[in-house]
Structures are given as structure tokens and as C-alpha cells.
Ligand binder design. Structure first.
Ligand SMILES: CC(C)(COP(=O)(O)OP(=O)(O)OC[C@H]1O[C@@H](n2cnc3c(N)ncnc32)[C@H](O)[C@@H]1OP(=O)(O)O)[C@@H](O)C(=O)NCCC(=O)NCCS
Length: 182
């Protein structure tokens, strides 16, 4: 746990937190279907062991009064020459709690954790139409590094994927810098 800008508590999930993980991930997929590549119906049918296995990845949640209201996950690249890279995934904050700095708190925790694991570069891909999220990432130092035409295809409708990245090595004081924004 760490100090936060918002009133949320940020905590990394362990394999014993499958219930928490399930509830916030399914909420995200249900409420913001256009923001994610995965479908609610696919995750909703996963057996317990698969949820547990997916907690192999690093998942942070934001808690308000003990209840999850947001999440952010990290996927570390495995090949030796790519271990300085990690991908930010599953970024979500409940609508009623947005604009309070909760995603910023999650990002600070995730970026610190990644830096601690030797990651120098965080990357992500998102729907080009998701302007609120693009603004959020830009404000925190991400740059657009590419665009995949028709990166997402759902029910026959395509939308572009924007690729963004931030170099953590050049931001040793990322936490201080972010906190000074608020
Ligand atoms: C993108 C998302 C995670 C941002 O979450 P959030 O908790 O609202 O983010 P923050 O509060 O940290 O920052 C968002 C805004 O609130 C403002 N803000 C932050 N802290 C604040 C505070 N203490 N008081 C007032 N405003 C604040 C920020 O300035 C920012 O403004 P902006 O709209 O100009 O960027 C959220 O909109 C979301 O879940 N969207 C749906 C899912 C999604 O798109 N996920 C991304 C997929 S890649």
C-alpha cells in the first residue's frame, strides 16, 4: 500500500484475491465494452483456476472503503532482450469515481512497481476513439508511437489502435513529478 492523491487505497492483488479481481475486471468489461479488447462474455465464463492463473500478472486495485473501484495491470515482457519493457493493461476506474486522481494513484503504484522490477519502458495500446484515456496518458508523459489501422474489430466494425509509450529511465522522479501536478 502507498500514500495516494485520491482517497483510494491502492493495493497489489495476490492469488488469494481472486474474488476482488473477478468483480472489478468483470465490472470494467461490462460497463466499458468499447475500451477493452476482451469481451465480458469470455471472461464471465472463466473457471476459478483460470482467474487464479491470470493473477500471475501484476494487478493493482483501487479500494474505497474496502470495495474495489478501479484497477490497472502490468504484463512484463519475457524474452531476455525485452525485459526492460512492460505493457499496461486493464485500466479502469468506476465512472462515479473519475476525475479524483484514482487512475493517477494506480499509475504511480504501477510505474513504481515496474521501475523496481527493472522496467525502463511502459507501453500500451488503446482505441483511437478513447480520447479521455489518451488525454490521461499524455498528461502523464506517454507519447504516441504508432497506430494500427483497424486494430480492433468488433461485430464487423473496425477502429484503430493507438500505441503509446513512456520511458521510465528518464523519469527517476516520476512519483514526485506526478504528485506535484495535484
Ligand atoms: C481513463 C480513466 C482510467 C481515468 O480515470 P480517472 O480516475 O478519472 O483519472 P484521474 O482522475 O487520475 O485523471 C482524470 C482527470 O481528472 C482530473 N483530476 C485528477 N485528480 C483530480 C482531483 N484531485 N480533483 C479534480 N480533478 C482531478 C485530471 O486532471 C484529469 O483531467 P483530464 O480529463 O483533463 O485528463 C477512466 O476515465 C476510465 O476508467 N475510463 C474507462 C476505461 C478506459 O477507457 N480505460 C483505458 C483503456 S486503455
Amino acid at each position: 500500500m502507498s500514500a495516494t492523491i485520491s482517497e483510494a487505497t491502492i493495493r497489489r492483488l495476490t492469488v488469494d484475491d481472486v474474488g476482488l479481481f473477478r468483480s472489478i475486471r468483470l465490472e470494467a468489461l461490462l460497463r466499458e465494452p468499447s475500451s477493452f479488447a476482451s469481451l465480458h462474455e469470455d471472461w464471465n465464463n472463466l473457471p476459478e483456476e483460470e482467474w487464479r492463473r491470470r493473477l500471475d500478472q501484476t494487478v493493482f486495485v483501487a479500494l474505497l472503503k474496502g470495495e474495489p473501484c478501479g484497477m490497472m495491470a502490468l504484463r512484463f515482457h519475457q524474452p531476455r532482450k525485452m525485459r526492460h519493457r512492460a505493457t499496461l493493461t486493464s485500466v479502469y476506474v468506476r465512472r462515479a469515481e473519475r476525475g479524483k486522481g484514482i487512475a493517477t494513484d494506480l499509475f504511480i503504484a504501477v510505474a513504481n512497481h515496474a521501475q523496481g522490477r527493472g522496467v525502463r519502458q511502459l507501453e500500451l495500446g488503446l482505441n483511437a476513439e478513447n480520447s479521455a484515456a489518451i488525454r490521461f496518458y499524455r498528461r502523464h508523459g506517454f507519447e504516441t508511437v504508432g497506430r494500427v489501422r483497424c486494430g480492433f474489430l468488433h461485430d464487423g466494425v473496425g477502429s484503430d489502435e493507438v500505441l503509446m509509450s513512456i520511458a521510465l529511465e528518464s523519469e527517476p522522479g516520476i512519483v514526485d513529478e506526478l504528485e506535484s501536478l495535484f
